[in-house]
Write a protein that binds this ligand. Structure first.
Ligand code: ARG
Length: 463
């Protein structure tokens, strides 16, 4: 296939070089955006009389035909034409003749590829935002449905204080809220038109970038042509926001794996979302969750690879930047698939409320409540902490729960303890009493749920 840039070359490109430099196998995914950008560009060229209107019309028709051919799988891509941009332009020239050769006026692949990637990411970020919204909604519905379930809250993976399961689940809601905010913020910087920067310096031709921006629904245009063709901050930012989201999904996956473990028995995973072992017939493995946890590693890897690709590049475009696409594509696919599978699975998880409650009963989870009781009676917290520690040690030594101690036994540790103590050291009163803002009491958790549900846009935003 004769290259569109073959003019200054005497020799043909080495086969190995063609293969090595081609990005077609992956950037073919951008074809729709490439055509969309070209359509806007050629409309502008015609409107500005940079090319005759009849040529612009020919190009437009050609591009529409190519779009249809690709859609219907009738378009033949050639690897020797390097990338998706060259393939489409080549086909256009073949189709409409010399007018096709006018499409690339006042444009370079450098601003073209930046445009395509921004158009692609703009769509995908909106889709990811919708997917995170859906997942957050699932968490809220589960929290509301299980509002009375009490479980142990952990620090150092050791039972710490009793909490509501809903409070635990809604912690992930908050994380995902911040993730959404990060994607929304990133979207503002993705949503900038780079086209019209040409190779790096702009062009002598009288283009109208604002018109192109309007056609492609970009609220703003880039301000510096050199920056526009060499900036991949938006890619790094996107993968960074994705990495943070993956940290959160991975942590949730890890928790559910632990809760699902026999020793905990807090939940049952739906059969449809687990897999069997090829040798051990009794096994039902949480592979979906393990894969979610594992896939987070790929996304972090993509972040590091993009930071590394970019860190030493002089302005402006360098071919190194072709390496941006696979990390972006894989990040998009990974994030969406993890969100979607968890969104489908979570509503089908069966929470074993008895097991959770039982677990919250053992292990002196209300010890801090005893200390806070003593604080209410005027004891400095440090002393209350020590006294409570002594009570716990006494219980451990005598094989008793705190609730089994008599008032007399309690008073051996502090005269301040009265018979009202029984109301302060049960799991139920412990949870119910956590009324500080953001605390785990049913009142506070329900208030949060109400606030989330009353938002104007609702939980699922229209993007
Ligand atoms: N395939 C290239 C990429 O993905 C397109 C831009 C090529 N530009 C160039 N001057 N060689 O980055």
């Amino acid at each position: 296939m004769k290259k569109l840039w073959s003019g200054r070359f005497k020799e043909k490109t080495e086969k190995a070089v063609e293969k090595f430099t081609s990005s077609l196998s992956f950037d073919v995914r951008l074809w729709k955006y490439d055509i969309e950008g070209s359509i806007a560009h050629v409309k502008m060229l015609g409107r500005q009389k940079i090319i005759p209107l009849k040529d612009a019309a020919l190009v437009l028709r050609g591009l529409e035909e190519i779009k249809e051919e690709i859609q219907n799988g009738r378009f033949r891509f050639h690897d020797s034409l390097e990338d998706v941009h060259m393939n489409i332009e080549h086909a256009l020239i073949k189709k409409v003749g010399p007018a096709g050769g006018k499409l690339h006026t006042a444009r370079s692949r450098n601003d073209q590829v930046a445009l395509d990637l921004r158009l692609f990411l703009r769509d995908e970020i909106r889709e990811i935002l919708r997917a995170t919204d859906k997942f957050r909604k699932v968490l809220v519905v589960l929290s509301e449905k299980n509002i009375d379930a009490v479980m142990p809250g952990f620090t150092h993976l050791q039972k710490a204080q009793p909490v509501l399961l809903s409070h635990h689940l809604l912690a992930y809601f908050e994380m995902l809220e911040r993730d959404s905010a990060r994607f929304e913020d990133c979207l503002k910087r993705v949503n900038v038109l780079p086209l019209g920067s040409a190779a790096l310096a702009g062009t002598t031709l009288p283009i109208d970038r604002n018109y192109v921006a309007r056609l492609l629904k970009f609220p703003v245009i880039s301000e510096n042509s050199m920056d526009a063709v060499s900036d991949r901050d938006f890619v790094i930012e996107f993968i960074s926001a994705s990495s943070m989201l993956m940290v959160h999904l991975s942590r949730l996956a890890e928790e559910i794996i632990i809760w699902n473990n026999d020793e905990f028995g807090f939940i049952d995973l739906p059969d449809a979302f687990t897999t069997g072992s090829s040798i051990m017939p009794q096994k039902k493995n949480p592979d979906v969750l393990e894969l979610t946890r594992g896939k987070s590693g790929r996304v972090f890897g993509h972040l590091i690879s993009m930071l590394t690709v970019m860190k030493g590049l002089p302005l402006a475009y360098n071919r190194d930047m072709q390496e941006d696409k696979e990390p972006v594509f894989d990040t998009v696919d990974t994030v969406k698939s993890c969100l979607n599978v968890l969104t489908a699975m979570m509503p089908k998880v069966r929470f074993n409320k008895q097991a959770m409650a039982r677990s919250a009963e053992g292990g002196f989870l209300t010890a801090t409540d005893l200390a806070e009781y003593l604080v209410r009676k005027g004891m400095p917290f440090r002393d209350a902490h020590r006294v409570t520690g002594e009570v716990v040690r006494h219980c451990v030594d005598n094989g008793k729960k705190m609730s089994e101690l008599s008032l007399e036994e309690f008073r051996r540790f502090s005269e301040l303890i009265g018979k009202d103590i029984v109301h302060f050291i049960t799991v139920a009163t412990s949870v119910d009493g956590k009324n500080s803002a953001g605390g785990t009491s049913k009142k506070m958790v329900l208030a949060r749920i109400r606030k989330i549900k009353s938002r104007k846009r609702g939980m699922v935003r229209e993007t």
